[in-house]
Write a protein that binds this ligand. Structure first.
Ligand SMILES: *Cc1c(COP(=O)(O)O)cnc(C)c1O
Length: 377
């Protein structure tokens, strides 16, 4: 089986990511009932590893697994961690924190949507003003890397303020976990989250929250707003039985276990550096061809580059996308505010030489479709 060749695609979209063949093949296992101890051992071990990746002290932090895509974690954290009668404050500078706002609205949880400009990091002073003004706020929520723009938020500073006002701090780290080094306690974060198909470079279907055990246990007292997506209920079941409450994504768990082994084999620094090298290669090609990005370089997470469509009557994103796609490169469109953009992301098992190849193909696509190079704005 392992000798067969699976075509390698370079995914530059914001997840799922390009995976290694060893992770792909790790899914091919003998059929197993996930209630077997053998499978439970894999999950128990994984829960510990997921805490370790963000340097969590196992005496204070735990992880809880869910079957679902990354948005499930947003749902779980927002619906489970706001005490009755209290509010959640969203430090919101983009689409992913706005998704948290939608979750709060859907569950009728009192919230404040503290909006700030999409093209710069959240200002911690604004968060402090909001907390000072409203003692009902018990939870602060933001996104580490706003994947739609690539803006990196200063979570350590926001967390410091959240804690100063006695609030729980939740961060959506889906697009930084296992990519940008995170020390959960030093950065004043109580809960992080991610899914297996992003930084870990496994597959969609397994998501997880890493957070403070004491706060999860305390949340037992809060009104249950969801049955399947409740943090305490899932945690409690794991603690009692070592299993997920309902059927886990068995093959994805095997692939994720392999992906975690590969993460440790590289190590945190080497992983981060590779993503940064890919980011630099994205900028080099972008500059060579005269394309422009929308976010100041110093604000970028180095995990995403958001590029403006050129001002060229021949520019047709679909044509460019299709040309690249047929040659094994996937790019991703997205509107940021009212600006049309496409995104190039650094996640996945990809290297600077893949990006050099990509820009060659992209340039060919431009030439073939009559788009001016250097790009016109
Ligand atoms: C990808 C992503 C998610 C989850 O998206 P799904 O499509 O549900 O997997 C959540 N937050 C951020 C910041 C993301 O990048």
């Amino acid at each position: 089986m392992a000798n067969e060749v699976v075509k390698r695609n370079v995914l530059l979209n914001p997840g799922p990511a390009t995976t290694t063949d060893t992770v792909k093949y790790a899914q091919v296992v003998p059929d197993i009932c996930p209630r077997e101890k053998e499978f439970g051992d894999i999950m128990r071990n994984m829960r510990g590893e997921l805490v370790k990746i963000v340097h969590g002290d196992p005496e204070k932090f735990t992880s809880v697994l869910f079957t679902g895509s990354g948005t499930m974690n947003i749902d779980v954290c927002v619906n489970s961690l706001v005490p009755d009668g209290k509010k959640i404050l969203f430090a919101d500078n983009g689409a992913y924190t706005s998704r948290g706002v939608e979750v709060a609205a859907a569950y009728h949880i009192p919230y404040i949507d503290l909006k700030s400009p999409f093209d710069e990091p959240v200002d911690p002073a604004k968060v402090e003003e909001a907390l000072k003004a409203d003692p009902e706020i018990a939870v602060v929520y933001t996104t580490h890397n706003e994947t739609g723009t690539g803006v990196l938020n200063p979570i350590g500073k926001i967390g410091e303020i959240a804690h100063k006002y006695g609030c729980t701090f939740i961060v959506d780290t889906t697009s930084t976990y296992a990519m940008i080094p995170i020390d959960i306690e030093k950065e004043n974060v109580d809960f992080v989250m991610a899914s297996a198909q992003k930084g870990l470079m496994a597959f969609t279907g397994l998501s997880f929250v890493v957070g403070r055990t004491a706060l999860i246990e305390k949340s037992k007292e809060y009104t249950t707003r969801s049955y399947y997506c409740n943090l305490y209920l899932q945690y409690e079941f794991f603690e009692k039985t070592g299993e997920m409450h309902f059927t886990p994504p068995v093959q994805t768990v095997y692939a994720t276990a392999q992906a975690i082994k590969e993460y440790w084999a590289d190590g945190e620094e080497k992983r981060y550096q590779r993503h940064v090298d890919v980011w630099n290669a994205i900028h080099e090609g972008k500059e060579r061809l005269g394309f422009k990005d929308i976010i100041k370089k110093e604000y970028q997470s180095k995990m995403v580059v958001s590029i403006k469509y050129p001002n060229d009557p021949n520019w047709d994103f679909t044509k460019i996308h299709d040309y690249c796609y047929e040659r094994g490169f996937t790019i991703y469109p997205g509107k940021v505010a009212s600006t049309d953009t496409f995104r190039l992301c650094t996640l996945g098992q990809i290297y600077p030489k893949d990006i050099e190849e990509f820009w060659k193909v992209f340039e060919e696509a431009c030439v073939k479709t009559g788009v001016s190079i250097p790009a016109k704005y």
